[in-house]
Write a protein that binds this ligand. Structure first.
Ligand code: PMP
Length: 353
């Protein structure tokens, strides 16, 4: 390989996604997917839509979905942006709002895609260590040079920052964009979307991948004042006007409209999370308080890597991060009741052998 090519290949270390194992009959608790299927109304809409519309290009302006999202989140359609999963929305937001030479800030520990995007776009960044209890040190995000981004609840910890603290970060960064990544907000947190009319520097990002069981469909949203949304549209249209396919639009609209099913599955996951947390505590685990669809847990005697490996041998996949400070923990996605019972059973077996 010539020097020129090898430099391009090594441009940036890419994001490493969680394992997507190919075996049958495994229990997959490693990438925070929803254990329940999408709403039956989504499946019906997709079947009908495929037959009728798939031969046609989708709407580049995704109007129907903007309307549905605006209605659901009580904003106006020009305050909504739709992307191909929130990872794409994040990619566009980094390009649109963060500037080379101005240092942006995000927590150390957080969603590992942020540093990948920053490196890809040549942005400088400062990683602000979490406090010993894994909460975000709010004041250290004041007066950033280039802007701020963090997930709320944070990933992979599940720790939630109350909205009043988010507001403080907004107030103390009046001329910089603050991005709140709310991938997991529906599992017990309060969304910052209601603040977008008050703070023109706020961009809130959400996804249908987690609480709406549509990780495979790839729909993410950004909510913010209309100038920010216009910025994202300009970036998107410079790449590909048709990033959202017809079926994704149809499925997303149906998912947003079925609020009853959404509330039911969300409640089931929250209940399971609390039940499993209590069971794990009795088994000697330390558990961070989570407002997400996962738990960040460590056993007081059994090393995380050993637990991860032993579970994997039993066909149960959880997430292990081989990184300083968090390598003592595993992240456990909340599955359905049967999966959680099996998980607890296998953990007991591992602890007693
Ligand atoms: N933000 C956070 C914090 C996440 O954990 C994830 C899921 N890996 C995403 C964004 C991206 O989700 P999606 O692209 O499926 O919307």
């Amino acid at each position: 390989m010539s020097k020129f090519w090898s430099e391009i290949v090594h441009l940036t270390d890419p994001y490493v996604p969680g394992e997507q194992p190919k075996q049958q009959n495994i229990i997959k608790l490693n990438t925070n997917e929803n254990p329940y299927p999408p709403s039956p109304k989504v499946l019906a809409a997709l079947r009908e839509g495929a037959n009728e519309y798939l031969r046609l290009y989708p709407s580049p302006t995704v109007d129907e979905l903007l309307q549905a999202a605006a209605k659901q989140f009580a904003v106006s359609p020009d305050q909504v942006f739709v992307g191909n999963g929130s990872d794409e929305v994040l990619a566009f937001a980094f390009l649109a709002f963060f500037t080379k030479g101005e240092v942006i800030r995000f927590p150390d520990i957080t969603y590992s895609f942020y540093s990948v995007y920053a490196k890809l776009y040549g942005l400088e960044y400062e990683e602000v260590p979490l406090l010993p209890d894994f909460t975000i040190p709010v004041e250290q995000f004041f007066d950033s040079e280039g802007g701020v981004i963090f997930p709320n609840p944070n990933a992979p910890t599940g720790v939630y920052l109350p909205l009043a603290a988010v507001e403080e970060v907004l107030v103390h960064n009046p001329n910089k964009v603050v991005i709140i990544d709310e991938a997991y907000i529906d599992f017990g947190g309060e969304s910052a979307i209601r603040l977008i009319n008050q703070y023109d520097n706020l961009l809130v990002i959400q996804t249908l991948s987690k609480s709406r069981s549509l990780a495979g469909l790839r729909i993410g949203f950004a909510f913010g004042n209309k100038e920010l949304i216009e910025g994202l549209n300009r970036i998107k249209n410079s790449f590909n006007s048709y990033t959202i396919d017809r079926l994704a639009i149809i499925g997303a609209v149906a998912a947003l409209e079925d609020t009853v099913y959404f509330a039911e599955t969300r409640e089931k996951i929250i209940c399971s999370r609390e039940k499993v947390a209590a069971q794990l505590q009795l088994l000697g685990f330390t558990i961070l308080e989570s407002k997400a669809n996962f738990l960040f847990i460590k056993h007081n005697l059994l090393p995380a890597e050993v637990l991860y490996t032993k579970l994997k041998e039993k066909g149960i996949f959880v997430r292990y991060f081989n990184k300083p400070r968090i390598c003592e923990y595993i992240r456990l996605t909340i599955g359905n009741e049967e999966e959680m019972d099996r998980f607890i059973h296998e953990v007991k077996v591992i602890l007693h052998t």
